[in-house]
Design a protein around this ligand. Structure first.
Ligand code: HPA
Length: 277
């Protein structure tokens, strides 16, 4: 059997020995946004370390666990801490948790992250609905033999971010008086922040915000036929845009500050998305 598939199945079996929870929606929480998991009605927490073969997260500010529970009545699985490519994992390992959540039953994936704002109209602290992404600077998680049991060899990436769900999130934001930008997210490998020249390149390519995650996860999710949406917290303006240096602590602090608004948008959107299904 294919090694990637074998590892996935081993993790799935291990996880199923720990829980029979069946989520409807999967949520990935990014930097500074991890506390959302504490605001839901929690049924169970499972540390990534407890899952046989799971790539464990090392980045500061990430707890590294699945949280199972309910947002109002909607059964969700939350990744409190994601696996990043810059930590040294193979890209197939980075997306293993996404595949796992789909195998558990999640039909919708909501991804969140902190990003650097590239679009000149953005400000630190803005929330951005992800409209599309550029993944061309990181390897594809679908590289290698296709896992036919999961999806097709050449998956379509038109409307990778579900247009109907995007509209639900826009309407929700409007209703809740939450300002919401919209734009293209570019995933760069990191872990160093970009140079000003790289930011000018990303802007020329059509990117509005930059980060070190997400696009590869979305590719794996679309491969398996999940419907996807994403919200980015623009925690800082990208390199070269303000004159000062970029510090991870600042990224974390700004993301923390935006957290209450973000939590509200995520909560209300999840309920509205589930209602539409
Ligand atoms: N660049 C890359 N990743 C990020 C940034 C940034 O400016 N801010 C938060 N994550």
């Amino acid at each position: 059997m294919n090694a990637t598939y074998e590892k996935l199945m081993k993790c799935y079996k291990s996880l199923r020995e720990l829980t029979d929870f069946k989520p409807q929606l999967a949520l990935v929480l990014g930097t500074g946004l991890g506390n959302f998991a504490d605001t839901i009605r929690i049924a169970q927490r499972i540390s990534y370390h407890a899952i046989d073969g799971f790539p464990t997260s090392t980045v500061e500010g990430h707890k590294g666990q699945f949280v199972f529970g309910y947002v109002d009545a909607v059964p969700v699985v939350i990744m409190q801490g994601r696996v990043h490519y810059y930590e040294g994992y193979d890209i197939q390992d980075v997306v293993l948790p996404i595949r796992l959540m789909k195998l558990m039953g999640a039909e919708v994936l909501m991804v969140t992250n902190a990003s650097g704002g590239i679009c000149e109209k953005f400000h630190a602290g803005d929330l951005m609905l992800i409209h599309d992404h550029i993944s061309s600077f990181v390897p594809s998680p679908l590289r290698g033999a296709n896992l036919d049991a999961l999806g097709t060899r050449f998956p379509d990436m038109t409307d990778a971010y579900d247009p109907q769900i995007r509209e639900i999130i826009r309407v929700t934001a409007r209703k809740e008086n939450i300002p919401l930008q919209e734009g293209v997210y570019i995933q760069l490998p990191g872990p160093q922040f970009e140079t000003p020249a790289e930011i000018r390149m990303a802007r020329a390519l059509g990117a509005d915000a930059v980060g070190m995650s997400t696009a590869c996860e979305v590719i794996a999710a679309r491969h398996m036929g999940m419907r996807v949406c994403g919200i980015s917290c623009v925690s800082n303006m990208a390199a070269g845009m303000t004159g000062g240096p970029l510090l991870h602590e600042e990224v974390q602090q700004n993301a923390d500050q935006t957290a209450p608004m973000f939590e509200k948008l995520v909560h209300k959107s999840i309920v509205a998305i589930a209602r539409s299904m």
